[in-house]
Design a protein around this ligand. Sequence first.
Ligand SMILES: Nc1ncnc2c1ncn2[C@@H]1O[C@H](COP(=O)(O)OP(=O)(O)OP(=O)(O)O)[C@@H](O)[C@H]1O
Ligand SMILES: [Mg+2]
Length: 214
Amino acid sequence: MPVFITLEGIDGSGKSLHFRLLVEYLRSKEYDFIATREPGGTPLGERIRELLLDPAYPMTVHSEAFLYAAARSELTLKVIWPALRAGRNVVSDRYVDSSLAYQAFGRGLPPEFVAAINEMGTGGLKPHRTILLDLPVEVAMERKAAGPRDRMEQMDAEFFERVRAGYLELAAAEPRRVKVVDATRPVEVVQAEIRRLVEEIWPRPRRDGSGPGA
Ligand SMILES: Nc1ncnc2c1ncn2[C@@H]1O[C@H](COP(=O)(O)OP(=O)(O)OP(=O)(O)O)[C@@H](O)[C@H]1O
Ligand SMILES: [Mg+2]
């Protein structure tokens, strides 16, 4: 059985950095998988990503939730499900927990609304394991301090406090799926824990070379 593994956390928690390091590691082991990111991962999804992150387009919280769900539906039905069905593992930088944390806990939309549009758009796909990079909002904001901010990153600390609390609530509700990793520690320490959590559920790779390449 292939596995679907996601990385989550507030902006600046280190998802993209650790995702890159994880992908390099999995490739070095010649494991079979595909890597995706959200929002995006398909041609239409990448266009939706541009709209979502562009400060030139203020939007209602509902539009925001629908656009994230639309990009996720494209990615899930066209890329993730076909990969899983073909026996390939999938790792993703963000997935549905981001919408629950940001659009429900952060923006204040009803969680059941956010869950419903995503379940409809994805056929109810849930990750087998989600690694939540957790750290205080101030630390994440300091790490992101340099460089221009996209539309989501322009939100204030209180917004990210709600998102962080939301993520921790999701982890508490599903402790078997969502593993909380202390992301304040040095990169190597955090990455080692991520690799351990991934390999704990990673299927034994086929050594006969009969599977599709990574
Ligand atoms: N453990 C760490 N210690 C120190 N700095 C770190 C650590 N993890 C990540 N960083 C740095 O923090 C910054 C933000 O990391 P990154 O861009 O990976 O976060 P992200 O979670 O992907 O953010 P976003 O949600 O905005 O995409 C980067 O400059 C990264 O190098
Ligand atoms: Mg990132």
